[in-house]
Design a protein around this ligand. Structure first.
Ligand code: AMP
Length: 281
C-alpha cells in the first residue's frame, strides 16, 4: 500500500489507475480505524479494482467546544489496518496540505438538511463535512465512494451534495457494524466510562423497540423515549422517526428511519435503524 500526505500525488495515482482502465473506490475516514471502517474498505475491495482510503481529522467539522485535539491519532496503526483490509493507497494529508491558506474561503453547505437533528446540536458540523468531502471527491475524480449508515444524516447530506453539484461519484451506503450487545462501533466509545459503556446499548434497544412499535401501528417516538428514560445515565437529545430519504416528516408510503442521539457523561453518541414494509403513521 502506498501512503501519501500529498494531494497531488493522491490525485495523480487515482487518475493513473482510471487511465489504465481500473475502477476506483474511495473510503473517506478520520482514522482511528475500527471494524466499521474496515467493513467499508472490504466492501470497496470487493467492488473496485483500486481502493484508496483517506485519513483526515477534519478541523472544519469540529465545533469550538468539541474534541478535535483529543481525537485519537495513530497513523502507523491505521496504515497497517488499511493495508490489511486491502487498501492500495492511504491519503493522509496534514491540515496545511488541505488548507494551505488557513480555513477555506469557499465552503459547501447543504441548506435545510444541515440545521436539523445533528445540525441543531452542532451548527457548523455538516458545513465542515461537506466542504472537505467536496474537496476529497474533486481530488479523487470519478469513483465509488463508501459511506457508513452509522452517520445516516451525513450520508443523506452527501448524496444530496453530489446530486446538486453533479459530482461524478457514486455514493455507496454500507450497513452499521455493531458490538455483540448492539452498540454501534465508534471511536467515541473508547471514551465511555465502564458504567456508561454498560448502558450505551440502550440506544440500539430503543431503536429496536421503536421499530417494533411502528410495525404494530404504535408510536415509534414514544416507544423509543420510554426506553431511553429507563437509564438515568443517559441524557437523550432526540429520538425521532423520519422519512429515510429526506429526513423530514415521513411522506405517504416513504421508507422510515429511526434516529437517536444521547449524551453519556461528556460523550455524545448517535445511532439509527431503518424499517421496511411499515406503513407511514
Ligand atoms: P469517521 O472516521 O468517523 O469519519 O467515519 C468514516 C466512515 O466510516 C463514515 O462513512 C462512517 O459512517 C463510517 N463508520 C463509522 N462507524 C461505522 C460503523 N460502526 N459501521 C459502519 N460504518 C461506520
Amino acid at each position: 500500500m502506498e501512503l501519501t500526505p500529498s494531494s497531488s500525488t493522491f490525485q495523480k495515482m487515482l487518475a493513473a489507475a482510471r487511465g489504465s482502465g481500473l475502477g476506483v473506490g474511495l473510503v473517506p475516514t478520520m482514522g482511528a480505524l475500527h471494524a466499521g471502517h474496515i467493513s467499508l474498505i472490504e466492501r470497496a475491495r470487493e467492488e473496485c479494482d483500486a481502493v484508496a482510503v483517506s485519513l483526515f481529522v477534519n478541523p472544519l467539522q469540529f465545533g469550538p467546544a468539541e474534541d478535535f485535539d483529543a481525537y485519537p491519532r495513530d497513523l502507523e496503526r491505521d496504515a497497517e489496518k488499511a493495508a490489511q483490509a486491502g487498501a492500495d493507497c492511504l491519503f493522509a494529508p496534514a491540515a496545511a496540505e488541505m488548507f494551505p491558506d488557513g480555513p477555506p474561503a469557499t465552503t459547501v453547505r447543504v441548506e435545510a438538511l444541515s440545521s436539523i437533528l445533528e445540525g441543531a446540536a452542532r451548527p457548523t458540523h455538516f458545513e465542515g463535512v461537506c466542504t472537505v468531502v467536496t474537496k476529497l471527491l474533486s481530488l479523487s475524480g470519478h469513483c465509488r465512494a463508501y459511506f457508513g449508515e452509522k452517520d445516516y444524516q451525513q450520508l443523506v447530506i452527501v448524496r444530496r451534495l453530489v446530486a446538486d453539484l453533479s459530482i461524478d461519484v457514486v455514493i455507496v451506503a454500507c450497513p452499521i457494524v455493531r458490538e455483540p450487545d448492539g452498540l454501534a462501533l465508534s471511536s467515541r466509545n473508547a471514551r465511555l466510562t465502564p458504567a456508561e459503556r454498560e448502558v450505551a446499548p440502550v440506544l440500539y434497544r430503543a431503536l429496536s423497540v421503536g421499530a417494533e412499535a411502528l410495525s404494530t401501528g404504535a408510536d415509534g417516538e414514544t416507544a423509543m423515549g420510554s426506553v431511553l428514560a429507563t437509564e438515568p445515565l443517559v441524557d437523550a437529545d432526540y429520538a425521532v422517526v423520519r422519512d429515510a430519504e429526506t429526513l423530514g416528516e415521513p411522506r405517504e408510503g416513504a421508507s422510515l428511519r429511526l434516529l437517536v442521539a444521547a449524551r453519556f457523561g461528556s460523550v455524545r453518541l448517535i445511532d439509527n435503524l431503518g424499517v421496511t414494509g411499515v406503513e407511514t403513521p
